[in-house]
Design a protein around this ligand. Structure first.
Ligand SMILES: [Fe+2]
Length: 386
């Protein structure tokens, strides 16, 4: 694909390695020029940022957009400390302008109420439709919270001890993320049997939705607020008429604004106008599942507690035709988990045909499983146990 040079050619006469069309340096220059033109065209609007912005296109010299006065200006240099630094590929500015990539946006409106934790799943569904998220209370009992919390905390400690901990949340990396939970303990396989999945995922995404990521996130004091984002960012050009994904976040701790509750922009799944005000912390007791439409703008909140940690499990499904973030087919081969997977697990992980996708050797009739036998993929009917 673009930017990756060809590997070895096997067939004499089919060596394309010497053929080029557009010179990369010329293309980069023309994109930078075009992005500058777009910024100039938009200058009459840019005083609205009311700030000094330093902009860098890759390795090109930084320039400044000074939006502090009534009329925004472009400056080649500026001695003032910028309010914000932006390093961006010029092609992204072009794609934003041409509506091929989605710049962030969210709601401006205020709501008279916001979702509250409830055991009424129909209310949670209404909340998801209206606000983009809902809070299903008591999905896990205190005993189940304790089991899952122990599984997450012990796994996290093990990864730290082994020097393979994946951290984020600022330069000191206070937050820890556990990836690919299917490989990290029977507790995590068992959680996939939870009926809350069956209640919400087919309702939102159809029968064949698959797990795109299954992770845990531990927010600890001292973390910096996460960048605002939607979980549907992989869908480009932006199509926001429907949700392509749904994330179920299992709370393993009472989640409060102070300990870093996920900040959500209510209603932003419907694409209202962006303001930086108006986010709400999705607070709820341990055992609650926060269920979010993947279009909603959100971020992990800062944990302002003195001590302690706030672990969550995030089970993220996307529609069957979206490529999974985690390549489960290969991740599972690093472990001995495959023999433990039930048909339910396999179906959730994408080892199942949809009628159009997911088969081996062209066989995609709906309702077949894909198995590994002797190191290769093979199709199996649901009732065939041979
Ligand atoms: Fe997210």
């Amino acid at each position: 694909m673009a930017g990756v040079p060809p590997g070895k050619t096997y067939t004499p006469g089919l060596d394309f390695s010497g053929v080029t069309y557009t010179c990369p340096a010329k293309k980069a220059q023309s994109e930078a020029d075009r992005a500058h033109e777009i910024i100039k065209e938009k200058l009459p609007l840019l005083h609205q940022i009311n700030a000094l912005l330093a902009v860098t296109f890759g390795d090109r010299p930084t320039f400044f957009i000074d939006g502090r006065g009534d009329e925004a200006k472009i400056l080649e240099s500026c001695d003032d400390e910028p309010d914000c630094r932006l390093n961006i590929k010029p092609e992204y500015i072009i794609q934003f302008y041409e509506n091929k990539l989605e710049p962030r946006y969210g709601p401006a409106s205020a709501f008279s109420r916001l979702p509250e934790p409830t055991e009424d799943v129909e209310q949670v569904k209404r909340d998801i439709e209206e606000f983009g998220y809902g809070l299903a209370k008591n999905v896990l009992s205190p005993e189940q919270v304790a089991i899952m919390r122990k599984a997450v905390v012990e796994q996290a400690a093990g990864e730290r001890k082994a020097g393979i901990a994946q951290v984020d949340g600022g330069p000191d990396g206070p937050n820890q993320r556990l990836w690919t939970l299917i490989n990290k303990g029977d507790d995590f396989l068992d959680l996939l049997n939870h009926p809350i999945i069956d209640e919400f995922i087919p309702w939102a995404l159809g029968e064949h939705a698959i797990i795109t990521t299954y992770t845990a996130n531990i927010a600890r004091p001292g973390n910096v607020p996460m960048q605002l984002h939607t979980d549907q960012v992989a869908v480009q050009p932006p199509i926001r008429d429907i949700a392509f994904g749904m994330n179920i976040l299992f709370y393993l701790e009472d989640v409060t604004e102070k300990n870093g509750a996920t900040r959500v922009y209510p209603g932003s799944h419907l694409g209202q106008i962006f303001t930086v005000e108006g986010s709400a912390p999705a607070e709820a007791p341990a055992g609650t599942a926060l269920i979010v439409d993947s279009r909603i703008w959100h971020a992990t909140g800062p944990n302002r507690e003195e001590a302690g940690e706030r672990p969550l499990i995030l089970l993220f499904f996307m529609r069957s035709f979206i490529r999974q973030q985690e390549n489960n087919f290969l991740s599972l081969r690093r472990s001995d988990v495959w023999p433990k997977l039930s048909d339910r697990h396999k179906r959730m992980l994408g080892f199942y045909t949809t009628g159009a996708l997911g088969g081996v050797d062209g066989e995609v009739r709906e309702g077949l499983f894909v198995e590994w036998k002797d190191g290769v993929g093979e199709m199996r009917a649901p009732n065939d146990r041979s």
